[in-house]
Design a protein around this ligand. Sequence first.
Ligand SMILES: O=C(O)CCC(=O)C(=O)O
Ligand SMILES: [Fe+2]
Length: 230
Amino acid sequence: MKDKESSYKTIITQTDNISLIKCGETKVMRISHFLSKKNNEVLYNSICKEEKNFKSYEFPGSDTKTSTFLELGSKSNNNLIGALTQKAYNTLNKQIIKQLPSIFNTLDINPFPVTKIPLTFVNCSDGHYGAPHADSTNGQYQISILYYFNSIPKVFKGGDLQVFKTDTSSPEGYNNPPLFTIDFENNSLIIFASETFHGITKVKSDSDDFSDGRFIAVGFLSSPIGNNIK
Ligand SMILES: O=C(O)CCC(=O)C(=O)O
Ligand SMILES: [Fe+2]
């Protein structure tokens, strides 16, 4: 797959752990080692303890067998989850908010205020994949944020993020093959404009243990004044 990808992507390293992966107008920011090692472990361990609170997707057309989810930071689930999980969510939320100035700057998006980011935690198992899509095609959201985490050692293969070029003249809205792929890496934060088309390569795993799965937290930021792309 990778050899078919465009060769003109550039990786602009901003600091040891922050990079901008760019191909034409399409940009994705990646922050490696996002949380401290300790906070990454605490988050993983507390989320694993929430297995019973993860739900299957119930809407039509979704993949109900290979992924389950838990929404945090909105309203309903806050009294369901353990104190440790609440704390780990708060830590992740705080760290993301701390990085926002650098995120706005790197992605060339006019800053807007963000106080709390509801995050949906998703556990993906063998066979899970994500068909290419954009999180927002109507300007509802400006920024998509993904936090990746997994067991150490990592048990599954695949589950990498593919990024596509928007093409309004094609029926799907994007071009194949992908512009580039970002490998799934524990404790990394991936950020891009929500109009960016992206998909996930198939997860392959011999284990069906929840704790061996591919974990993500996904959140969307919306500006009070709508589309803010500079
Ligand atoms: O699983 C991922 O890495 C991406 C998930 C995603 O694209 C979404 O929830 O909209
Ligand atoms: Fe998405």
